[in-house]
Design a protein around this ligand. Structure first.
Ligand code: FA5
Length: 350
């Protein structure tokens, strides 16, 4: 029996050294360890031995079984490594010194206007905040003085998640969190809240040359003592003249949003048609760009701020529309098209 075991070990080494692939290795495994394999046969043969021999040979055969199984596993790893090496060797040589024959990418027009706006507002002492695209109904509506079943919700249908949260319809959804974050510094240190928070918004609505279902806005708020409409108009004018670097005709008209009082619509003269009327401005010559107003007392209260003591303004700049005007993009849908060539023409490879 001992001799048999030794012979089997030699034979296995010999066979393993010749193995070329996984299929050959598998047939060796079956030949040794399979139901009719030689080691299984050895184990079966134990029954004809005396009790003494059974004990000593039984142990040896089991040891052999473990060794054979470990050796086969070892070979499996070796074969896999050899396979990878073969693939690497077959690869064409990689020369890192060859210059890449790729054209340079460019920033998206929306990223560019967003950065410009951020630069302007930062220079005016505003902080830039980032906020989630998924928000609660409370943040998107209730905290903004839009209770359930308020008709203002009809204008902002969106995509609801199974957990009751939703994709935010406007950057105003972050207002409550911003007030809560900065209210202590306002109340205890007298530091006015000055923040902008750009973000992607989603609405379940039909698209056209100036409406997308996914677009960018940039919200801005300023809260402190004696903040008034003149402050609001000053910041809006400064931002537009910095972004466009020229005089732009704007008009301010009354607008209704439950979270501001009074509320305004700030429109800019359409720069695609020069104000004559075209599909980009729905033939009106004006484009709604930045609704704004004085923050409603209920909204301040929801943010933990006493409206008897503090006032503030808020605006919701349509960043995607601003990019359209700045870069002369006639159809807003081109901005989400993902066509690099068409994006490059607006940004000149910036
Ligand atoms: C709002 O979203 C308010 N949250 C703005 C606001 C903030 C008002 C703070 C007062 C105080 P509105 O739905 O009008 O308002 O959208 C604001 C701007 O986002 C629009 O003027 C427009 O420039 C842009 N916008 C709105 N809907 C779309 C759309 N479907 N596609 C592209 N841009 C859009």
């Amino acid at each position: 029996m001992e001799e048999k075991i030794l012979k089997l070990k030699e034979q296995l080494e010999n066979e393993l050294s010749k193995v070329q692939d996984a299929a050959e290795l598998e047939s060796i495994r079956v030949a040794y360890l399979g139901k009719k394999g030689c080691i299984t046969e050895l184990l079966k043969g134990l029954k004809d031995l005396s009790d003494e021999e059974k004990k000593s040979f039984g142990q040896k055969v089991n040891l052999l079984k473990g060794e054979v199984s470990a050796k086969i596993d070892d070979y499996k790893v070796k074969l896999a490594e050899a396979e990878v090496l073969k693939e690497i060797e077959a690869m064409p040589e990689f020369d890192m010194s060859i210059p890449a024959n790729l054209e340079r990418g460019s920033y998206h027009p929306i990223t560019l206007v967003q950065r410009e706006c951020e630069k302007v507002f930062k220079s005016l002492g505003f902080v830039v905040e980032d906020y989630s695209e998924i928000v609660s109904e409370y943040e998107c509506f209730e905290a903004l003085n839009i209770p359930k079943h308020h008709p203002a919700r009809d204008m902002q249908d969106t995509y609801y998640l199974e957990n009751g949260q939703l994709l935010k319809t406007h950057t105003s959804a972050a207002q409550n969190a911003i007030y809560r974050k900065y209210k202590d510094a306002l109340i205890n240190e007298g530091k006015p809240i000055k923040a902008i928070f750009p973000g992607r918004c989603f609405r379940n609505e039909a698209t056209d040359a100036c409406h997308e279902n996914t677009f960018f806005q940039m919200e801005g708020v300023m809260v402190g003592k004696d903040i008034n409409i003149s402050n609001l108009i000053f910041f809006m004018k400064t931002m537009l003249s910095e972004v466009f670097q020229r005089d732009i005709k704007v008009r301010l008209r009354p607008g209704f949003f439950p979270f501001v009082e009074p509320g305004f619509e700030l429109d800019i003269n359409c720069l695609i048609c020069g104000g004559e009327g075209c599909p980009s401005c729905k033939q009106s010559g004006w484009l709604e760009l930045c609704p704004c107003g004085m923050i409603h007392p209920e909204v301040l209260k929801a943010g933990g701020i006493d409206p008897e003591e503090y006032t503030g303004f808020a605006f919701g700049l349509g960043l995607t529309r601003l990019a359209m005007m700045k870069y002369g993009v006639k159809d807003i849908r081109d901005l989400n098209s993902g066509v690099l060539k068409s994006m490059e023409q607006f940004t000149d490879g910036e």
